[in-house]
Design a protein around this ligand. Structure first.
Ligand code: CP
Ligand code: NVA
Length: 306
């Protein structure tokens, strides 16, 4: 893999992504004890400024299964950029660790870590993006559907970090993508531009609209994420109003292709962005999706740290 860090989907070539997917598929098939010595003696730091279930556990388990160690660094102990400068944290940790996964508020903090770090930096979610999620998601779609090219993915909800990464990754890999968001909650302009550029290479489509039915019409994949992301809790009441009509429910899903799948990065707020019925339906693959975080992250760690 050419990439030295995983900061944004934009920096990954199609070859990089395919290498990750091919290795993840092998690792999943081999099972958890197959490469137990691969990262022996290696240590990954896990810096978190926000809560996590999947990201924390999947990266820690990935390191354990590959023979390495993970160290969890809680928000209150590192106080990234507060207790000491980010560039000092990056250079200090580079003397101890073999890689750093960071979950931050500001995306620029992850970029700065990468600028000063001597070891690979992995973005475990910022306010701008969630690349490991998008990679695992498209790996999961490929696993379920056998192919990516020619599929239509509809993202309905908030044009947030998860949407930004998914939009770029889908367009990069030739998936038609339709995003439906309320006005004022669109994905980042630069992300849409990047996605359009990627889609032009593939001959695929990128649409951003505010009509969930238009987005879901003929879709193979229906994806949503919370309306109120971590750090936006004060906006919750305003957002609940703005996102009315953008819920994934059985009426909306009836517009999709017959064998559609429902995806959600989790955690889900049942009754808000998705109904309980849709979460539990036979179309929902949310826990396979969550499982694949582990396999894809094992591949990323092997490619970056070995
Ligand atoms: N999907 C995801 O990143 O979940 P966590 O916030 O629990 O890590
Ligand atoms: N958009 C959500 C994703 C959580 C995995 C958030 O940032 O809180």
């Amino acid at each position: 893999m050419k990439a030295k860090h995983i900061i944004s989907i934009k920096d990954l070539s199609v070859d990089d992504i395919e290498e990750i997917f091919d290795l993840a598929k092998k690792l999943k098939a081999e099972g958890k004890f197959a490469r137990a010595e691969s990262l022996k003696g290696k240590t990954l730091g896990l810096i978190f400024q926000k809560p996590s279930l999947r990201t924390k556990v999947s990266f820690a388990v990935a390191m354990a299964q590959l023979g390495g160690t993970a160290i969890y660094l809680a928000p209150e102990e590192v106080k990234l950029g507060e207790r000491e400068a980010i560039k000092d944290v990056a250079r200090t940790l580079s003397r101890y660790l073999d890689g750093i996964m960071a979950r931050t508020f500001k995306h620029e903090d992850i970029v700065e870590l990468a600028e000063y770090s001597q070891v690979p930096i992995i973005n475990g979610l910022s306010d701008f993006s969630h690349p490991c999620q998008a990679l695992s998601d498209l790996f999961t779609v490929k696993e379920k559907k056998g192919t990516l090219k020619g599929l239509k993915l509809a993202f309905v909800g908030d044009g947030n970090n998860v949407c930004n990464s998914l939009l770029m990754a889908s367009a990069r890999l030739g998936v038609d993508v339709a995003v439906a968001v309320p006005k004022g909650y669109e994905p980042e302009k630069e992300v849409v531009k990047t996605a359009l550029d990627f889609a032009a290479v593939n001959g695929s489509k990128v649409i951003v609209c505010s009509d969930p039915e238009k987005a879901v019409a003929g879709a193979d994949v229906i994806y949503t994420d919370v309306w109120t992301s971590m750090g936006q809790e004060k906006e919750r009441a305003k957002r609940l109003k703005a996102f009315k009509g953008f819920q994934i429910n059985s009426k909306l899903c009836s517009k999709a292709n017959r064998d559609y799948i429902i995806m959600h990065c989790l955690p889900a707020h049942r009754g808000e962005e998705i109904t309980d019925e849709c979460m539990e339906s036979k179309h929902s693959i949310v826990f396979d999706q969550a499982e694949n975080r582990l396999h894809v992250e094992k591949a990323i760690l092997l490619l970056l740290l070995k």
